[in-house]
Design a protein around this ligand. Structure first.
Ligand code: ADP
Ligand code: MG
Length: 694
């Protein structure tokens, strides 16, 4: 949420304001601590709400130990002590605090101690609990740097937040306490009967219980279920609002005779597969209805989704409307623009490109031509949905790799073309529940069949100890005139490390193979990346070292082989996507999965699966069977938005309830204040624009 939007929202609503206040508004939180907390919660200018949404990852129960002895040395113990006196360290000797316990003396030892802190935490005479590992030194029991745990110990609980070393647990707890004290309870957005039936606490109470360790943060605890239900309701409300806004305006009926389509098919160098034609027929039927299409085309990497998209776009164009294709990255957008341009040239049709990296002049010309309707077809990145882009008559929006198309973008889309038809393309077999959660009702066309004439692709799993042989194999392939990729490990989120690894490998391969080696990674200027990609497509660069920027959808049919370093670090779906880049032509492709031994059993199973199976849908099923429904294939790696509180494997029934509740609420007319508040709390205030527009 932008600062302005949050303040505007909060300004009119005194109940919401404390939830959306910046962190340094909290008692005891100054700008420096606020900056560290921002890093902990991973939000740029966090609000009080963001701090409270940062839930503990664990609650440990620590039973205080009444007695201890030599047999406990080395164990972590919680012991009640009475502080006797401080012996400040002299020179290099540590600070020592003598205490007594139920079974005798225990020294708390601090090296390089900070005097004021220790004197404050352990005043002589104080009884308190300390948590630490028991050490025996010169016949005495000691603890080194024990942690005082007064409050938690009293309740026998230790709350553990993921703090990544930015702040201590004590400070974080105090900040959270200040936040809880600052925020008011909010009027309910759920029907009271539902809350009573599910026995759920209030929203604020749920957060308090989890942060105080009254309940573990597990999916089945009532507090966590409450937050999950709220999160799902917020999402389902947005979906319902988008759906209503989209159906308020009738969609254009796009039912042209199909002249352009026939022209395209006549000059294609191949015939569409039956699966592609079936998908086209389904899309055609949707477009001929006066209600906005909402369809997902799911097809494995290389199944030919781009052609399906283009055929749909031509139907829109022939019917006198504009159609756009949105890609998740700049590289892909340019590639799509090039491919479509080539296919359309014989038809005398033009495709525009609208991305984030155009000169101001080019961009302005494109915008003008889109606004006047001169440009019928356009490819782009999310730049297509910036506020200053207007369309003359937008009829169809195609979104490639649909999982990156968030709820917020859909709201933006409705603003551009209220009744526009929507077609989503995806290579990831996303489970049904997940789709329901993020899309509501969605029609699906599956491309089960690959274009014919694809030579089989081989996948081999090779330990890094055989790197020398792999390089020799690459040398032979290059000598035969082949092209291929060398993918460097994805060490998310440390992108710098990833780039460094790619650069080091690039340098080594250059030394061996010279000028035919190219490098692309996310840290390069886009122009440089595009230049290298083009050189690769033209066959000037023949070995392309890359980080995962090539992951999605890049199509260089001449690429014959792929080496993936540290394949064990990648997810199954990602590896399958990656290797989909090779063996797209009519000659066999090879994928070498390099791993660093020893392999952990799950990674071993993953790599074995990939070696044995080349069908994305079957891989998904196998993966599901292996891992159980807890970790569904690729959902995490697919870029599918993550839920914060809800876990769809545990909260399916909450999803159903939320969906029903949202539909009823939106059908009943304007949203009431409490539900608007819920949307703002979860950062969906963009969707409120849909309300006002309607
Ligand atoms: P994806 O589904 O992964 O997006 P693409 O649309 O990029 O796949 O298609 C992969 C390759 O297959 C492209 O080079 C495309 O031109 C080609 N292709 C698409 N349809 C067919 C077909 N019916 N017969 C032969 N080749 C096809
Ligand atoms: Mg594609």
């Amino acid at each position: 949420m932008s600062r302005g939007a949050a303040e505007q929202a909060a300004a009119g609503d005194p109940l919401l304001a404390p939830w959306l206040a910046p962190l340094d508004a909290l008692a005891g939180v100054g700008p420096a601590l606020a900056r560290r907390l921002a890093r902990v919660v991973g939000v740029e200018s966090p609000r009080v709400r963001d701090l409270l949404f940062h839930l503990p990852r664990d609650v440990r129960t620590l039973a205080p130990q009444q007695a201890f002895g030599p047999e406990d040395v080395g164990r972590e113990l919680l012991v009640e002590v009475e502080v006797r006196r401080h012996r400040p360290g002299r020179g290099r000797s540590p600070w020592r605090i003598e205490t007594v316990t139920a079974v005798g003396r225990l020294d708390l030892v601090f090296f390089r101690a900070r005097r004021p802190l220790l004197e404050r935490s352990f005043p002589p005479g104080r009884r308190c609990f300390v948590l630490g590992r028991l050490v025996r030194f010169q016949g005495r029991f000691e603890m080194h740097h024990p942690r005082p745990v007064t409050a938690e110990a009293a309740a026998g609980r230790l709350v553990v937040w993921p703090l990544s070393g930015e702040v201590g647990a004590g400070r974080f707890r105090r900040a959270v306490e200040a936040a809880l004290a600052a925020v008011p309870d909010l009027p309910e957005w759920h029907p009271p009967a539902l809350l009573a039936r599910l026995a759920l606490p209030t929203f604020r109470e749920a957060l308090a219980r989890l942060h105080r360790g009254d309940e573990p943060p597990e999916p089945d605890s009532p507090a966590r279920r409450r937050l999950a239900l709220d999160e799902l309701l917020a999402l389902q409300l947005v979906l319902a609002l988008v759906r209503t806004a989209r159906t308020r305006e009738p969609a254009p009926v796009l039912a042209p005779p199909g002249r352009l389509l026939a022209q395209l098919l006549a000059q294609l160098p191949f015939t569409p597969t039956d699966a592609q034609l079936r998908a086209l027929a389904e899309i055609r039927a949707d477009l001929a209805r006066p209600r906005p299409m909402m369809r997902l085309v799911q097809g494995d990497v290389g199944s030919g989704k781009t052609l399906v998209a283009l055929m749909a776009m031509l139907l829109a164009a022939e019917a006198g409307f504009q159609a756009v294709l949105m890609a998740p990255t700049e590289v892909l957008a340019r590639q799509h623009a090039a491919a479509l341009g080539e296919w359309l040239a014989p038809l005398g049709m033009e495709v525009g490109l609208l991305s984030g990296h155009l000169t101001a002049g080019t961009r302005r010309r494109i915008l003008e031509r889109l606004a006047r309707g001169e440009l019928r077809l356009c490819v782009g990145t999310h730049a297509l949905f910036q506020p200053d882009v207007t369309f003359h008559r937008l009829g169809l929006v195609v979104v490639d790799e649909q999982h990156r198309f968030g709820v917020a973008q859909r709201a933006a889309l409705v603003a551009k073309g209220p009744g526009a038809h929507l077609l989503l393309l995806s290579a990831t077999p996303i489970p049904r529940t997940q789709l329901l959660c993020w899309y509501g009702d969605l029609a699906i066309s599956r491309l089960h069949e690959m274009p014919p004439g694809r030579a089989p692709r081989t996948t081999r799993v090779v330990p890094l100890t055989r790197l020398g042989e792999v390089i020799e194999a690459v040398a032979r392939a290059l000598a035969r005139g082949e092209q291929g990729y060398w993918i460097c490990p994805a060490i998310a989120p440390a992108e710098a490390t990833e780039i460094a690894a790619a650069e080091a490998r690039f340098a080594a391969l250059c030394e061996r193979f010279g000028e035919v080696v190219g490098l692309v990674h996310g840290g390069q200027p886009v122009r440089e990346r595009m230049r290298v990609m083009r050189a690769f497509a033209e066959g000037v660069v023949r070995l392309l070292v890359a980080t995962t920027v090539v992951e999605v959808g890049v199509d260089v049919p001449a690429a014959r082989f792929m080496v993936i370093e540290q394949a064990e670090r990648f997810g199954l779906a990602q590896l399958h996507q990656l290797r989909g880049r090779v063996g797209r032509g009519d000659r066999p492709g090879v994928c070498l999965l390099l791993y660093t031994p020893p392999l952990a059993p799950p990674a071993r199973r993953r790599l074995a699966l990939l070696r044995g199976c080349d069908d994305g849908f079957r891989l998904a099923e196998e993966d599901l069977r292996l891992r159980g429904p807890g970790e569904i294939l690729g959902v995490r790696q697919s870029g599918m938005p993550q839920l914060r509180f809800a876990d769809l494997t545990h909260h399916r029934e909450l999803l159903a309830l939320a969906a029903r509740e949202a539909r009823a609420a939106v059908a009943a007319g304007p949203l009431d204040r409490s539900r608007r508040r819920l949307l703002e709390l979860f950062g969906h205030q963009g969707a409120l624009g849909l309300l006002r527009a309607g």
